[in-house]
Design a protein around this ligand. Structure first.
Ligand code: ASP
Length: 312
């Protein structure tokens, strides 16, 4: 799994870099990088995503342009291989910013994006993962009910952030893999994109942080570009991507802001996740308070990747 993740983020980095190298925009670079990871079954985005409670893939994505503050988002789409492509079309060709469900799919189809079947996005690994997870629900429900005394709450049996994202689950194949990219181009513009299949066994129609402006993704040339991953509900409560770029607008370095965002997430709402942040000056931060988060970066001077990021 570690090798597949490092390989996957490396491929995404190469795709984004190719765009930047030939003078392309940061917006194009993050789109291309995210497409590569959506197509890679290693990650929880595009084909190979986690399944929801009904055994379907439901995808969310957002892309944002720091130069214009234009954004495009899709939520709960079931028939798009590359939701970030549809998000980009919304950004470029619609007066609206956000489409969900069938309306988003219709918009995509009308703008030249082929629709697929939901089954085309489902892989056997995820069918098995959901089956195993759902088989454990009665035990989880009992444990949670005993702790809270609320035995019949419908959300009982849903994994909590501390179980999945904190790595308390001892299953080494458990990983939670929203994808994201941030980029700075030759014109000094920054952009960000995030794409996800959301969380395992989520309720149909549940939307996480990833595709919400300021939560899972944000970009503004006057502050920074950011993309987050992690348990969506706590991240949404803090509007974490915007919180982080605001720290940079106030004069802090992205490296510090990224780490502070993780501290804030943990302290304020017991959340777990990760973040990548990039300023228009080319300073960047990568931080996570999960056991691991695959990351990769390239600058004109150097290139690095890994699955753990040391605290500054
Ligand atoms: N943030 C995503 C969500 O809650 C999940 C993830 O980042 O892995 O939908």
């Amino acid at each position: 799994m570690v090798e597949a993740h490092v390989h996957g983020v490396g491929n995404a980095l190469a795709a984004g870099w190719r765009v930047l190298e030939r003078g392309g925009s940061a917006l194009d670079a993050v789109e291309e990088a995210v497409v590569i990871m959506e197509d890679d079954e290693t990650f929880d985005a595009g084909r190979g995503s986690f399944l929801n409670r009904d055994g379907k893939v439901q995808l969310d994505a957002l892309i944002m342009d720091g130069a214009t503050l234009r954004a495009g988002g899709v939520g709960c789409v079931e028939r798009l291989r590359n939701p970030v492509r549809a998000a980009r079309k919304i950004l470029s060709e619609s007066p609206h910013i956000y489409f969900v469900g069938e309306g988003a799919e219709k918009f995509a189809a009308q703008h030249g994006i082929a629709l697929c079947r939901n089954e085309d996005l489902i892989i056997p690994r995820e069918v098995e993962r959901l089956r195993e997870y759902q088989a454990k629900i009665p035990t989880l429900r009992q444990a949670q009910g005993e702790l809270s005394g609320a035995k019949n709450a419908p959300e009982m049996g849903h994994p909590t952030g501390s179980e999945l994202f904190a790595g308390a689950d001892d299953d080494p194949t458990t990983s939670v893999d929203t994808v994201g990219a941030v980029a700075l181009d030759r014109d000094g513009n920054i952009a960000a994109a995030t794409s996800t299949g959301g969380t395992l066994n989520k309720a149909p129609g549940r939307l996480g942080d990833s595709s919400l402006i300021g939560c899972g993704c944000y970009a503004d040339n006057v502050s920074a570009a950011a993309s987050t991953t992690g348990w969506g509900e706590p991240i949404m409560k803090l509007v974490l991507a915007k919180w982080t770029v605001d720290r940079i607008a106030a004069g802090n370095l992205p490296e510090w802001a990224a780490q502070e965002a993780m501290n804030y997430l943990k302290q304020r709402v017991s959340g777990h996740g990760g973040i990548i942040v990039l300023s228009p000056e080319g300073h960047f931060g990568i931080a996570h308070n999960t056991p691991r988060m695959a990351w990769a970066y390239r600058t004109v001077k150097q290139q690095e990747s890994g699955v753990e990021r040391d605290k500054p």
